[in-house]
Design a protein around this ligand. Structure first.
Ligand code: FAD
Length: 357
């Protein structure tokens, strides 16, 4: 099966790329491992709400409709939006198709091998997100601790922890939001490597996107760095986190040094009994399918110029975080990066066409 572009991943980043590829008139497919639309949003915990209002979470072309009665949409609303989005633009999403590997196939093509056959393309966009690569740091004793050790990926809501002693690990948004709801039904202890950095109460996704946009504009114009969103803090004060602060549960303790059979413990000899340690310790880019290309990694990421791989110019990476475009791992940011990526692909393929390659 031959085409101009294969997009790997049918989450928001892959769909945004599809929108612009369709407009540019390229022959393309989107291959997605899931049997249903929605990308990672389908797997997050049911109570998760966006940290921006719907009108600030648009993909290109068709803004997310408001969810009646709610300022901050639920994740189910996002799944519904993504489902309707791919139908609206008749995006050629093939699912479930799992990509096993991307290989070089001569000078002109990359071969994308899957459990449903092989596609050959002049360009590949990898948009596989991070949800499939949860990260848990290694601490001594993890293997002897007898309690549960779920990661954010398997968190489905607080009920499974009712009445238990739960240690929540991590200083980011997932940890704060999960702590906020688990602390309603369980005895919680929050531990972080560094003291948590809370954003000002009035900062939500809108403000974060504006700050990222201003910084990008000043970078492009060569003027002074206006500072990125990191300067504001790490944790958005969503309604549930604000409510937890009011209840007095947002107190973080230093990270433990090791685990025992039934406690987490510190080097000064102190211990805290625990039935569960909940690792809200983030994700890594899900890039296993790119291994056959043998690309060197730098601090875990693949070096890019814009979103194009430096070592493999037929490969683009989309939606993994700021290293693939400012705010590219958010709904509103995915469109901007997809647009510039497809513009770059169009220049590349048109130049090849002109040169008769
Ligand atoms: P994904 O949604 O993960 O989609 C990738 C797709 O690729 C999946 O369908 C997957 O099955 C598929 N795939 C993976 N590997 C393969 C393979 N080998 N072969 C074929 N298919 C494959 N963003 C916001 O804008 N606002 C928010 O409020 C917000 N809150 C968030 C809260 C949490 C807890 C998290 C984790 C993220 C949040 N985000 C938010 C960030 C972001 O919007 C999501 O992470 C988003 O899902 C990333 O989209 P994506 O398309 O890059 O990846």
């Amino acid at each position: 099966m031959d085409c101009d572009v294969v997009v790997i991943g049918g989450g928001q980043a892959g769909l945004a790329a599809g929108y612009f590829l369709r407009r540019a008139g390229w022959d393309f497919v989107i291959l997605d491992a899931q049997s249903e639309p929605g990308g990672a949003w389908r797997h997050t915990w049911p109570s998760l709400r966006l940290f921006s209002p719907a009108e600030h979470s648009p993909l290109p072309g068709w803004p997310m409709p408001r969810q009646p009665g709610l300022d901050y949409p639920t994740r189910a609303h996002v799944v519904d939006y993504l489902t309707r989005y791919e139908r609206r633009y008749a995006l050629p999403v093939h699912r479930p198709v799992h990509v096993d590997g991307v290989h070089r196939d001569g000078a002109r093509a990359l071969a994308v091998s899957t459990d449903r056959g092989t596609w050959r393309a002049r360009v590949v966009i990898s948009a596989t997100g991070t949800w499939r690569a949860p990260y848990v740091p290694s601490y001594p004793g993890r293997d002897i601790f007898t309690g549960r050790q779920p990661h954010t990926v398997s968190y489905r809501g607080p009920e499974q922890f009712r009445g238990h002693r739960v240690v929540v690990v991590g200083g980011g948004n997932s940890a704060a939001q999960i702590l906020a709801e688990v602390s309603n039904v369980a005895e919680t202890l929050w531990v972080t490597r560094r003291p948590p950095r809370f954003m000002p109460d009035e900062v939500d996704g809108r403000v974060l996107f504006d700050v990222a946009t201003r910084r990008e504009a000043s970078r492009r114009s060569g003027s002074e760095d206006t500072g990125g969103v990191a300067a504001l803090g790490d944790i958005v004060m969503t309604p549930s986190v604000l409510e937890a602060r009011q209840r007095g549960v947002l107190h973080a303790h230093p990270m433990f040094t090791h685990l025992t059979r039934d406690t987490v413990a510190w080097s000064d000899g102190s211990e805290h009994p625990a039935d569960a340690v909940l690792w809200c310790t983030g994700f890594r880019p899900a890039l296993r399918h790119l291994r056959p290309l043998g690309l060197r990694r730098h601090h875990g990421i693949i070096p890019t110029e814009g979103t194009r791989s430096v070592q493999e110019p037929r490969l683009y990476l989309l939606g993994y975080g700021d290293w693939t475009g400012h705010a590219s791992a958010t709904l509103i940011g995915a469109g901007r990066t997809a647009k510039s990526t497809v513009a770059a692909i169009t220049r590349q393929l048109s130049a090849q066409h002109t040169a008769g390659i």
